[in-house]
Design a protein around this ligand. Sequence first.
Ligand code: NAD
Length: 500
Amino acid sequence: MRIGAPDQAPSGIAAEVSYFLKAPKMIIGGAAHDGETGRFEVFNPADGSLLAQVPEASEADVDRAVAAARAAMEGPWGEMSGAARTGLMLKLADLIEAQGEELAQLETLENGKSIMMSRLIEVLSSAEYIRYMAGWATKIRGETLDVSIAIPPGTKYTAFTRKEPVGVVAAITPWNFPLNMAVWKIAPALAAGCTVVLKPAEETPLTSLRLAELVREAGFPDGVVNVVTGGGAVGAALVRHPGVSKITFTGSTETGKAIGVQAMKDVKPVTLELGGKAPMVLFDDMDLGLLGPATGIGIFLNTGQTCCAGARLFIQRGIYDEAVATLKGIVSSLPMGPGMDPANQINPLVSAKHQDHVSRAIAQGISDGATPLLDGAAPETGYYVAPQLFEGAGPGSALMQDEVFGPVATITPFDSEDEVIAMANDVRYGLGASLWSRDINRVMRLVPKVQAGTVWINSHNIPDQNMPFGGFKQSGLGREHGSGALDNYLETKSVCVAYS
Ligand code: NAD
């Protein structure tokens, strides 16, 4: 079903969506698979109702999926040219768009997010991402190398490097952008010639399962993309599986550390995209007309459930009172309600567990002495938390240091550049940051001082497929996007040729 206009509410749940929800299945070796250990429940965050029952993968299912991925690697997929891989990936992107409305509705149903976000980011930007990565499949190249080997005398040498697919990739994804995060991993892996076993988050497995069906429909050989579903134990079984050659993970810093430890035990390459606590630094000379997008996109996009969300605002003293009054006005008027109505900018959080986590973080902030500025109420049905802004949070407090991952931000005044850079960097994370100013000299002077993988200027929270993305400090290891993303999935082999 063709995707709806971003700002149009669906007239009802599409028939294909209702059909899919009846019995979603894992895809292993190109075949639908029910699993052996029963099913787990997925809920609709908008009202807490049961949405679907999804197979819980066993260790044997993980074994099967890795074996299928390995067999595909050693079979026709391993022999395929880059151009053939490009062709299949372009077909997949077209299918994602062709089934766009179904995927968007599934995403909003399982995650709670705005249907507008589901259409624009989960579907359309995922299709574009696959097309972008498809182009790299025909551009993989090594180098020829001048070497100076002098023995035995009289022998000449030349050397070159080959880039080869690393092998079977274990991809583990979080719940905040379920389809998009899956695509961020699958697309470069396929372009590089790898095969994948994907383990989506247990809260939001549905669009990944549907994606695997579309991979099959696009004509990829069996076993190139497999999806196993379940909780952290399934992810852990995949990470430690000896048949896996590379791990790529997006999720919390705590889980990322555990995965990193296991990867190092097995000496396996690992890419980690982890948590964040991004600063947004608003200088006196900023265009105050940008406070709207700064708030709606920078802080509250996806109801604050983004790794780069501007969770800590620093506002220079000269505009402090005016900016805080404007922010309060904007945030208290953000429409709150189910994601199926695209007018709603604040939607339910992903789960009852996460609603509890965010509510507890707000209560902790108050008991630690921070002042809440808003008194909005959240709907009682569904996993809602009303947005909140805090003043007066102590620099070492949980509210300033720990990821809340919800519609919550702190506001702190500052006077000088040195003072604000020290405060902005005073966290264990370093994923994103933004500087808001009209002064190009100031901005260029400060960019090198900000400890973050991405620094936006007069904008925040918007990644691009061509712009490397990843974290400094405990926000991760490695970069996704851009040509460099492919290197995550390629090994370098040096070939040294002797001749006389
Ligand atoms: P999470 O770490 O709880 O779970 C992420 C995934 O890991 C899930 O699929 C989960 O089942 C799996 N998992 C849990 N324990 C595991 C284990 N021991 N071994 C292997 N897999 C395991 O994270 P979450 O709550 O789903 O996602 C939110 C987090 O993701 C936030 O911290 C957010 O900042 C981060 N995130 C980061 C980026 C980025 O690019 N840096 C993007 C989106 C989200």
